[in-house]
Design a protein around this ligand. Structure first.
Ligand SMILES: *Cc1c(COP(=O)(O)O)cnc(C)c1O
Length: 392
């Protein structure tokens, strides 16, 4: 069955994804079940999307209730569910205005438009080396890694890179000609790289001097993933633009551009738009996610269980010094860097019923649902330890 579906995939689809060879039947909480009834502990959660796990009863009922009224009206209308959701989002992010999108890349695109409109075509926009901001042309122009860019030039002009955590390089490049800098405070695709305090504090002081914008790409790190509402909360400051998506819809596609008050009227009527963005069914799911994360103590769970997971992984590093090079991350966004490629371990873990991801060749990336318990972590560690013990 799995074999057949994979063959059919090759026939029907553009070859952009290497699919994982399991045929999923359904999910429940932190677990996925394949068609043979095999159970998997999911420590990847649909790429940091399924924050509340699978088939969360509150999401199921909020979505069903909304879809029974109307699935879509278009942005010619404003609806109460959009107001409720967006009000909460602005409140918990500390931002002032919102534009709702369908995806992360679409949020990045809109942010680039805001920056270009506010600063004109000649000012520079920066991103950081090994960054990932999405696949569409504007987002790809910010994405630093060659692997994603190659073959797609020419990309947007006046976009340049600053070396990750390199204060000197940043100091040399940011000046009065700078419009904005896009940052992931913890890089996801890049291998769970955490920006250090020194770099971020210098960035904030340079913003004070040159008045450029800091656009926080919180698409992977946002909505509680790192144990704070947004990753910038670890550095005690508020960016000018915040981009969010992935976890925000609890599995349904919704993203957002959030801006400071002063950017509130860069766009005027007709400057930007989207047909599906802010879809009411997605907003209904998103409202549940925001309530669970920010009002029903899930954020605290991320902090406690995240620390517990990190501690246990650090112990494993001591036990397997020839396999594990470094363990890093915050909350439930953790990277385990190995001395070699991690694809084999990902496969072995899958056989043992645990789903994990490998990014940047040698970094095991853990992004479990935010609802995981210490018991789930214990089970994960048992399987991970057995897998590592079998590696020569
Ligand atoms: C996933 C991701 C994106 C792109 O989001 P899509 O919804 O896939 O378009 C952008 N930035 C970061 C940091 C991401 O993790």
């Amino acid at each position: 069955m799995t074999h057949e579906i994979l063959e059919k995939e090759k026939e029907l689809f553009l070859h952009t994804y290497k699919r994982i060879p399991i045929d999923i039947d359904h999910g429940e909480g932190v677990f996925l079940f394949d068609k043979n009834g095999k159970k998997y502990l999911d420590f990847f959660s649909g790429l940091a999307v399924n924050a509340l796990g699978y088939a969360h009863p509150k999401i199921v009922s909020a979505v069903s209730e909304q879809i029974a009224k109307f699935a879509h009206l278009s942005n010619y209308y404003i609806t109460q569910i959009q107001i409720d959701f967006t009000g909460k989002l602005l409140n918990y992010s500390g931002m002032s205005k919102a534009f709702l999108t369908n995806s992360g890349a679409e949020a990045v695109e809109g942010a680039i438009k805001i920056i270009r409109k506010a600063f004109g075509p000649d000012k520079k926009i920066f991103s950081l080396t090994s960054s990932f901001h999405g696949r569409t042309y504007g987002a790809l122009s910010l994405t630093a890694r060659e692997k994603y860019r190659k073959g797609f030039e020419p990309l947007l002009k006046n976009i340049e890179q600053i070396n990750f955590n390199d204060v000197k390089d940043m100091d040399a490049k940011l000046d009065n000609d700078t419009a904005a800098i896009f940052v992931e405070f913890i890089q996801g695709e890049g291998g769970i790289n955490v920006l250090n305090d020194e770099f971020v504090q210098k960035l904030i002081s340079l913003r004070g001097k040159y008045h450029f914008l800091i656009a926080a790409d919180e698409i992977q790190t946002g909505i509680g993933r790192t144990g704070k509402p947004f990753a910038y909360n670890h550095y005690n400051f508020i960016p000018d633009i915040v981009l969010t998506a992935k976890a925000m819809g609890g599995g349904l596609p919704i993203g957002a551009i959030l801006t400071s008050k002063k950017l509130g009227d860069v766009f005027s009527y007709g400057n930007h738009g989207t047909t599906f963005g802010g879809n009411p069914v997605c907003c209904a799911a998103g409202k549940v996610v925001l309530e669970e994360v920010f009002e029903n103590s899930l954020l605290k769970n991320v902090d406690t269980v995240g620390k517990y997971l990190l501690e246990n992984l650090i112990k494993l590093k001591a036990e397997f010094p020839k396999i594990i090079k470094e363990v890093r991350g915050k909350g439930l966004m953790i990277g385990v860097e190995l001395f070699f490629e991690c694809t084999e371990i990902v496969g072995l873990m899958r056989e043992r019923g645990v789903l994990i991801n490998c990014t940047n060749q040698n970094v095991i990336r853990l992004l479990p649902p935010l609802i995981i318990t210490k018991e789930n972590v214990d089970n994960f560690i048992v399987e991970f330890k057995s897998t590592l013990s079998g590696i020569k």
